[in-house]
Ligand binder design. Structure first.
Ligand code: LMR
Length: 392
């Protein structure tokens, strides 16, 4: 049997982790996978998470199975964090292994409910989106998203393409901090996106993996809340990996908003999908998140730490944009300061990306996506000089 297997293509983002690790050069710079790092290159455990873990260690009496959909308290806390109050009646939800698990379960739910639907993806998007869709044998299409010349959202192209979506099609939207570009619609543009998709009777699927990394915890939820309030049916796949820094705990949630009268059946289908795929979702990370969100002091501490993380990335953005202005003697890269979240797509060619890796030990994704958190005040000018050199 196993001789029938063909080699699978390697994930381009995860591949960079090994390449970077195996590079013996001092001074190499890792701007690859989307993991937050402090100025020393460490991905720290947040103090609020450590505090919750300590309490959990002291008080946890059993590790027996929890609910198939996750602990109800986790789901309720996450629905509140993402959507605010007032959605309990419309929201069915399941805890999932990370944001990827939430996306996978969302797509599986779509396959059950609307097997013929096309799933629309931004061009570009996180490569795992099309990869999972292809694996599940679903139909997909692309809408224009990014203007490589300006580094901004190609809004005219986006609106034109979303205007062709068929009734019942699913449109995947990055709720904030677009991955891989870092370019995001303004509030007014989000309203226009909603208006077009409502007119087309489309179903939004929001991927919210970076809440709190862009303009703030509440601000980053605004587009998702607008969508939740505007459509009869919405799917939201969210991750706690980044904003709680609990990557390896695999903590995510899928929320399905629909008519209150359909909630029980929708919930039953979500539970069914969890049972088929992995039964009970991971609990440890979800429990820590719940403990933090249910405790005022821990919530305050977590928000303070998250805000530090966000501010660090904004400072790095600002200084990289300034250094690039100096090093290239142009405003070509000013968009880096306007982008939000962990990522910016720089608009370099694949050959230039390879050259940066080979000659300067700078690791970024082949499409020239950088993880801004991989920088620090020492490496910002080094990167700017290396980029100026390769673009000649
Ligand atoms: C990324 O885009 O780098 C992150 O979301 C990590 C991943 O799983 O790809």
């Amino acid at each position: 049997m196993l001789e029938n297997l063909n080699a699978q293509p390697q994930d381009k983002i995860l591949q960079l982790i090994a390449m970077y690790r195996d590079d013996p050069r001092d001074g190499k710079i890792d701007l690859g996978v989307g993991v937050y790092k402090d100025a020393t290159g460490l991905t720290p455990v947040m103090r609020a998470v450590k505090a919750a873990e300590k309490t959990l260690w002291d008080t946890e009496k059993t590790k027996t199975y929890t609910g198939l959909a996750g602990e109800p308290a986790y789901n309720a806390a996450m629905v509140g964090l993402i959507l605010g109050a007032g959605f309990a009646e419309r929201a069915a939800s399941v805890a999932t292994p990370g944001g990827t698990g939430a996306i996978r379960q969302a797509l599986e739910l779509i396959k059950l409910a609307a097997p013929g639907a096309t799933v629309w993806l931004s061009n570009p998007t996180w490569p795992n989106h099309p990869s999972i869709i292809k694996y599940l044998g679903m139909k997909s299409a692309e809408y224009r998203y990014f203007d490589a010349a300006t580094g901004e959202v190609d809004f005219a192209g986006l609106i034109a393409d979303l205007g062709t979506v068929a009734e019942g099609d699913v449109v995947l939207l990055h709720g904030c901090c677009h991955n891989p570009t870092g370019a995001n619609p303004t509030a007014a543009q989000w309203q226009q996106i909603v208006d077009v998709l409502k007119a087309r009777k489309a179903i939004p699927l929001v991927d919210l993996a970076y809440q709190g990394f862009g303009d703030g915890l509440e601000e980053d939820a605004q587009a998702t809340r607008l969508i939740a309030n505007s459509f009869p049916e919405v799917l939201i796949a969210a991750s706690c990996s980044k904003n709680f820094g609990i990557y390896r705990e695999r903590t995510g949630i899928l929320i399905a908003l629909g008519d209150a009268s359909r909630k029980a059946v929708t919930q039953g289908n979500l539970n069914f999908l969890n049972r088929q795929n992995y039964s009970f979702p991971p609990d440890h990370g979800a429990r820590l998140v719940t403990m933090i969100l249910e405790d005022q002091a821990l919530t305050t501490q977590w928000k303070t730490e998250l805000e530090e993380v966000r501010q660090n990335m904004l400072t790095l953005r600002q200084s990289l944009a300034e250094e690039l202005r100096r090093a290239t003697n142009s405003d070509r890269f000013d968009f880096v300061a306007r982008h939000r979240g962990m990522f910016s797509r720089l608009g370099l060619t694949e050959a230039q990306v390879n050259q940066l890796r080979e000659e300067a030990g700078v690791y970024m994704v082949g499409d020239s996506r950088i993880n801004i958190a991989g920088l620090n005040s020492q490496t910002v000018p080094i990167l700017a000089a290396a980029i100026a050199k390769v673009i000649g």
